[in-house]
Write a protein that binds this ligand. Structure first.
Ligand SMILES: [Zn+2]
Length: 176
């Protein structure tokens, strides 16, 4: 009775195509400990899991996140490819430790509630850097990541000058 059910499961499991590679997101805590978030068969799901976890990163002391591809049945480090490494910094806008920055792809994103400041390399003009701050629909293009960070710092200074905290409604800040 039960055995038959299990047998059926086995058959469907073995007839499914086995993934040749898996996607493994993880985060590192301030004390150096690593938290594995699971092993996934698609990059899309692995990113979803990682982003969801990082959206709560203000509750933890995290220093970095990694998304690694492992080839199945490969011995040693040859089977491993680092897809993305992000470092957690203080956000130039909201000042919380929620700013995830990938120095290789020049992209960054604040996962802090009501902030979500971001930096991305322009898709239309490679080499240029776009940045934005959703609460005031602020968008700007600059030459490099340092300029992008200073632009965001200016927004942060304006908020501070206005005596606001990240928990306040940012939407009332007038646009330039
Ligand atoms: Zn922020």
């Amino acid at each position: 009775m039960n055995g038959r059910g299990i047998e059926g499961l086995n058959v469907s499991a073995t007839s499914m195509s086995q993934p040749s590679r898996v996607f493994v997101p993880s985060v590192t805590e301030e004390d150096g400990g690593t938290i594995g978030l699971g092993v996934f068969s698609s990059e899309e799901i692995a990113w979803k899991v990682l982003r969801k976890f990082l959206s709560k990163s203000h509750l933890m002391s995290l220093t970095r996140s990694d998304l690694v591809i492992w080839e199945i049945d490969q011995v040693g480090e040859n089977g491993m490819t680092v897809l993305s490494s992000m470092h957690c910094r203080d956000c130039p806008v909201c000042k919380r430790r929620t700013f995830w920055i990938d120095l290789e792809t020049y992209s960054a994103m604040c996962t802090g509630n009501l902030c979500e400041a971001w930096i991305e390399e322009s898709t239309l003009e490679p080499g240029k850097i776009d940045l934005g701050w959703p609460p005031t629909r602020f968008l700007k293009q600059v030459e490099n990541i340092e300029d992008a960070l200073s632009e965001l710092r200016i927004i942060g200074a304006e908020i501070e000058a206005a005596g606001r905290t990240p928990e306040d409604a940012f939407t009332s800040i007038p646009e330039e």
